[in-house]
Design a protein around this ligand. Structure first.
Ligand SMILES: NC(=O)c1ccc[n+]([C@@H]2O[C@H](COP(=O)([O-])OP(=O)(O)OC[C@H]3O[C@@H](n4cnc5c(N)ncnc54)[C@H](OP(=O)(O)O)[C@@H]3O)[C@@H](O)[C@H]2O)c1
Length: 290
């Protein structure tokens, strides 16, 4: 049924917002977390979807441990590549729309400007390769999937997950009283999960399909983003810039992976909120959890 929407990865920080937004727009939402349906289990996935017969299948499930993936690339590929293949195969059988989320990390970050949907991906590590594989599987089995690449997702849902998000990491460090060092030579488009969920619902309701970039709308370094977080939270820890050379990680990351939202705008969809407004909304939601 067209009004039946299935959300996989419903316990993740984006998943919880998708469930809220689609319910608020009148859809019958069927949420599944990893404990109820693991997307790597094709027979279970097929049985589950056949019983619901959804018009829309949203995949917010993902293996997101960018550095750990360098030690276990198979685990990243199983969820982010083959899991998406499973979803695409099942959606094809049911003629359902697959909405899938991907990442700015499919790019190498060497362009020096925000990436458009027409720019060529060049992933730099196991996580990034697995996410690009997911995009390719969705496109291989389906004529019109909706693939949404996003960047640096933060949302109140992250307060309930083990992984959390960058905002929570920064606030935890601030509370510890130690000086905080954050990279100033890596630029992304931090994206507020509730706003991303709203844009996703706008796209689903529109006739537009294909590949979309939905980032936060501003290119900003992680150092500047940390400073914005502390301003929004009203705290003043000692914040110092660092860089890729000083702060090594297991996985290579793109240096400049901001996303250009122009295709979204061309479809008549309102812009994302400013980072300041998104952080203010986040702090308000966060206070409700305390
Ligand atoms: N977070 C970011 O900064 C970021 C940046 C760019 C793109 N994205 C993309 O945005 C989407 C949403 O990310 P998010 O931040 O909401 O991630 P998240 O908070 O880590 O949520 C992902 C959820 O997927 C679940 N999951 C993992 N493997 C699964 C499997 N095999 N079957 C079913 N569920 C599984 C996880 O469960 P467990 O907790 O049990 O593992 C978790 O609840 C993902 O596609 C991600 O790649 C995220």
């Amino acid at each position: 049924m067209a009004d039946n929407v299935v959300v996989f990865g419903a316990a993740g920080q984006l998943g919880v917002e998708l469930v809220t937004v689609f319910r608020s727009r009148g859809y019958a939402v069927h949420p599944f977390n990893r404990a109820t349906v693991d997307i790597t289990d094709l027979p279970l996935l097929e049985r589950t979807l056949a019983a619901i017969d959804p018009g829309v299948v949203i995949n917010a499930a993902a293996y997101n441990q960018v550095d750990v993936a360098e030690q276990e690339p198979q685990a990243a590929y199983a969820a982010n590549g083959l899991g998406v293949r499973n979803l695409a195969v099942a959606c094809r059988q049911l003629d359902a729309l697959l909405v899938h989320f991907s990442t700015d990390y499919v790019f190498d970050g060497m362009l020096g400007r925000a990436y458009t949907e027409d720019d060529r991906p060049r992933p730099l590590g196991a996580y990034a390769v697995s996410k690009l594989a997911g995009e390719l599987y969705a496109q291989a089995y389906l004529d019109n999937p909706l693939i949404i690449r996003t960047s640096g997702v933060f949302g109140p849902g992250g307060l309930r997950t083990a992984r959390g998000n960058f905002v929570e990491v920064m606030l935890r460090l601030a509370a510890s009283g130690q000086p905080i060092r954050v990279t100033e030579d890596h630029v992304a488009s931090p994206t507020y999960a509730p706003a991303l969920a709203e844009k996703t619902a706008d796209l689903v309701a529109s006739p537009h399909r294909g590949l979309f970039h939905v980032g936060g709308g501003r290119a900003i370094s992680w150092f500047e983003f940390a400073a914005a977080i502390f301003r929004a939270a009203g705290v003043s820890p000692e914040l110092k810039p660092t860089n890729e050379r000083e702060y090594r990680t297991a996985a290579r990351r793109p240096k400049y992976s901001a996303l250009e939202n122009a295709r979204l705008a061309a479809c008549g969809i309102a812009p994302m909120p400013s980072i300041e407004d998104a952080l203010a909304a986040y702090m308000t939601e966060r206070a409700k959890y305390k």
